[in-house]
Design a binder for this molecule. Structure first.
Ligand SMILES: [Ca+2]
Ligand SMILES: [Ca+2]
Length: 222
């Protein structure tokens, strides 16, 4: 082999290998995650345990931990996979669940939904930590994944400034927030949507002010 061939041929082979390599570097990562949620003091909410970007997901074993002084898991409900077993320990603050799809599930999977009940006071927050997650394909091969934790915030309805009281400062804070005033960025939307229409707008600030003044028709914060 001539000298130039000794140099060029390995280079061409290398380029071919690179071009034929699996698209792992650009593949979308499978993620086990729980979205943030908020619930009223003493209230309940249901949040999904999500597996995003799955391709041929055959089963999963997921352990979620939480602060039991803030929130309890009171039920585990099937999502769009077959939920096999689940265990709840509200003393130590963990829930474990197993789900399968024997044909292999693609897209976004929900192995289970967690029904949460607030045990903590308004203002308390618990991480919903995906402490351990094992995913397999229908051939029992491990599916690589990353995890994303969520948070669960206990709120007091109408407490827009999160000081654990509901007063006229909250209506003012909410207006400042909506106007984009610096220092008023933080808000718990579920606490601020006092008219219960699913949006946080100036109507909520007006509703809250009328509620606090005692105007008829505004007795109840939604
Ligand atoms: Ca307040
Ligand atoms: Ca609203």
């Amino acid at each position: 082999m001539t000298e130039w061939r000794q140099l060029v041929v390995p280079g061409v082979v290398m380029l071919l290998l690179i071009s034929l390599a699996p698209a792992g570097a650009t593949a979308t990562t499978v993620c086990v995650e729980i979205v943030n949620c908020a619930l009223e003091s003493g209230g309940t909410v249901t949040v999904p345990v999500q597996i995003t970007n799955a391709t041929g997901l055959g089963g999963c074993d997921i352990n979620v931990t939480y602060d039991a002084s803030v929130v309890h898991v009171t039920d585990v409900i099937s999502g769009n996979m077959e939920l096999l077993t689940h265990m709840i320990n509200n003393e130590s603050g963990w829930v474990r669940m197993n789900a399968i799809n024997i044909t292999g599930q693609s897209g976004d999977a929900v192995p289970a939904n967690l029904k949460l009940t607030a045990t903590g006071d308004a203002g308390s927050v618990s991480t919903l930590c995906v402490a351990d997650a094992t995913l397999i394909d229908p051939g029992y091969e491990i599916v690589p994944q990353v995890t994303g934790d969520g948070t669960c915030t206990i709120f007091l309805n109408g407490d827009a400034d999160s000081d654990r009281r509901v007063d006229m400062h909250d209506a003012i804070y909410l207006m400042q927030h909506l106007l984009g005033v610096t220092g008023f960025e933080e808000i718990v939307p579920e606490a601020a949507d006092v008219n219960g229409d699913g949006e946080v707008t100036s109507h909520d600030a007006m509703y809250l002010a009328k509620h606090l003044i005692g105007i008829s028709g505004y007795e109840k914060l939604m």
